[in-house]
Design a protein around this ligand. Structure first.
Ligand code: KG4
Ligand code: ZN
Length: 365
């Protein structure tokens, strides 16, 4: 996958930006090889609250981070001495959790005299298709998770251009919130997909947000409101399944339609060399979403790659890979590097069109 052969690099990755404490070891030679990928989920601790509670998340990361790092090394059959570097997520994310993982990475780097690489969580997701697939730069990426919904031209390390992003909720957030109004548990996406499997998507009409509108941005708030209104009047299980199917179809269609627009922009810049669509993030697990994207890709002569589910959702292998690719380019960070709750991948786009009103610290994501 690399353009020039280089000596193999073995990098420990650490990820703690949300509710998974993860560590992984990736060896990057000509192609990346995941030697281990360990994830301790905090899922059960947040379930009673219907969402991730930042303070609980930070404490839970601190409790297990050492064990998870040890487990990743053991699973890889390696010791700290075998590493070429340590990569840790430095943002964006829940700051308490990010600080735990970054501090752990700094400790390993300092104690073992290893280079530290502070990785943007979004760059990790952006590179995740390369863990298992043949995905040469540049490709078009749809990143769809509970916290993010954006379209990026991924040209390489530090070279991601944002073509569009959600102006309100992320797609996963929309799945989760609508699932809640349907009485489904947290996280709602997978539960909603199961319910939708028996439903008829044509029974309820939902707004087709931004359909035909210029640009590649997303919006799900109107859909959320309309679905909540419909859900309030439902009595039977069949009706709930039909509404779930309609919601899933509406989200999948919007994702596909906006991606189609982004394809045109991406091709303007990269021509045929860019004819590859990749998807990442937890929502990529959704069968209807994958099918809609695969259809758009086929229609426009794009290849389509989706990483296996374990690398779509938050994991440390993608952080280790981003770290290894950075290390190969000589891009390392000082031990003083700060954790960042907000850290847009494409700073120019974030300043032009902030996803959130910029606060003192600038655009969030
Ligand atoms: O990437 P991820 O694990 O975490 C971040 O948000 O960063 O994504 C989790 C999101 C949740 O909103 C979850 O409901 C959604 O992905 N999700 C799904 C499915 N599996 C996970 N949404 C729809 N259908 C699914 N099968
Ligand atoms: Zn994520």
């Amino acid at each position: 996958m690399s353009d020039t052969p280089s000596p193999p690099l073995t990098v420990l990755g650490i990820e703690t930006s949300c509710d998974e404490t993860a560590a992984a070891v990736v060896r990057l030679a000509d192609r990346p090889e995941v030697l281990s990928s360990v994830i301790a989920t905090q899922f059960e601790r947040h379930r009673p609250y219907g969402g991730v509670v930042p303070e609980i998340a930070a404490r839970a990361h601190a409790e297990v981070i050492d064990t998870v790092i040890r487990a990743a090394l053991d699973e890889a059959g390696l010791d700290f001495a075998d590493l070429s570097g340590v990569a840790a997520t430095a943002g964006p994310g829940l700051i308490g959790g990010v600080m735990v993982g970054l501090a752990a990475g700094k400790a390993v780097a300092l104690a073992r005299n290893l280079p530290l690489i502070a990785v943007n969580h979004l760059e990790g997701h952006a590179l995740s298709p390369r863990l298992t697939e043949d995905a040469p730069y540049p490709y078009l990426l749809l990143l769809v998770s509970g916290g993010h919904c954006q379209l990026l031209s991924v040209e390489g390390i530090g070279r991601c251009t944002r073509l569009g992003a959600t102006i309100d909720d992320a797609a996963g957030e929309a799945f989760d919130k609508i699932a809640m109004t349907l009485g489904l548990g947290y996280p709602g996406g997978p539960a909603l997909e199961r319910l939708a499997a028996t439903g008829d998507a044509t029974r309820y009409t939902l707004p087709r947000m931004l359909l035909g509108r210029a640009g590649c941005d997303f919006s799900f708030s109107g859909l959320k409101t309309a679905a909540a209104r419909q859900a309030a009047g439902l009595t039977t299980e069949a009706e709930r399944a039909d509404l779930a199917a309609a919601v899933q179809q509406a989200i999948a269609r919007q994702l596909a339609e906006r991606t189609e627009r982004a394809m045109a922009l991406h091709l303007e810049r990269f021509g045929d060399a860019g004819r590859l669509l990749a998807v990442a993030g937890g929502v990529a697990a959704n069968g209807a979403v994958r099918a809609a994207l695969a259809a758009v890709a086929a229609r426009h002569g794009f290849g389509f790659v989706a990483p296996p589910l374990k690398y779509c959702t938050d994991n440390a292998a993608m952080i280790a890979l981003a770290g290894a690719e950075r290390l190969r380019l000589g891009l390392t960070d000082p031990l003083e590097v700060a954790a960042r709750p907000r850290w847009p991948l494409d700073t120019d786009a974030a300043l032009r069109a902030p996803l959130h009103t910029p606060g003192r610290k600038g655009a969030k994501a």
